[in-house]
Ligand binder design. Structure first.
Ligand SMILES: [Zn+2]
Ligand SMILES: [Zn+2]
Ligand SMILES: [Zn+2]
Length: 233
């Protein structure tokens, strides 16, 4: 029997494959047939019962529920399928961030727990977790987290544990969690300056430019750059 959980897992797997540019139906079916124990780091795989022979049934079920379509050997989401898959992925990656940044659980344990969270997190919990984490853009593997309502509004009064450097005050100390930028040259420059995950920074001054200390080094950053650096207070 195919459970709701199986459907959710399959949607998550298909999302992460399509995101990587792999929409090939045969390959997606192969990945769906492998059990969670064989998952590569950072790749979402189906968990639960490792039953390779029910893969066709799952695909069939996703099609009858009008969640995916298959054309010329390629799989794509329908509108409702994309909506549901993006929510599961969002919960999975938010849970990863929570486990990784706040609870400091890494690797396989992080993945397995995230995979549980994605099935049980309610809307309220989702918003609280997202706010606590400062509305993160990327999971610990560097994959994008689909934005939720809270990310678009950012109205909550809760004080996030994870925040961008531009939101810290003078005198505040924080440990860098990750840097969100698509500009590789900039990323390398920041890393070479010591602004790497794990580094502890202290805000020295906020205007006219953001000045911070890392150890004995003092750096001045543009505000725009401060917005890309997520750190834990
Ligand atoms: Zn799962
Ligand atoms: Zn991830
Ligand atoms: Zn949010």
């Amino acid at each position: 029997m195919i459970t709701l959980r199986d459907v959710q897992e399959a949607l998550a797997v298909i999302w992460s494959e399509i995101e990587k540019g792999n929409a090939d139906a045969a390959e997606i079916k192969k990945i769906l047939s492998q059990d969670g124990q064989t998952q590569e780091y950072g790749r979402i795989r189906r968990h639960g019962r490792p039953l390779p022979d029910d893969t066709d049934d799952i695909i069939k079920r996703l099609k009858t529920e009008n969640l995916i379509i298959e054309t010329n050997g390629k799989i794509d989401f329908t509108e409702s399928g994309r909506k549901r898959a993006s929510r599961i992925i969002r919960l999975h990656r938010l849970a990863e961030r929570l486990l990784h940044d706040v609870l400091e659980i890494h690797g396989g344990a992080m993945h397995l727990s995230a995979c549980e969270f994605e099935h049980i997190m309610s809307d309220d919990v989702e918003e609280s977790v997202c706010t606590l984490l400062g509305h993160p853009r990327l999971c610990p593997h560097g994959s994008p987290i689909p934005a939720g309502k809270c990310c678009k509004l950012q109205t909550s009064e809760a004080r996030p544990i994870i925040t961008t450097l531009d939101r810290l005050g003078a005198g505040d100390e924080a440990r860098i969690s990750y840097i969100y930028t698509k500009d590789h040259a900039l990323l390398h420059k920041l890393l070479s300056l010591g602004l790497a995950p794990g580094a502890v920074v202290k805000i020295h001054q906020k205007s006219p430019s953001l000045v911070l200390n890392i150890g004995a080094t003092t750096l001045a950053l543009e505000e725009e750059v401060g917005k890309m650096i997520f750190a834990r207070r």
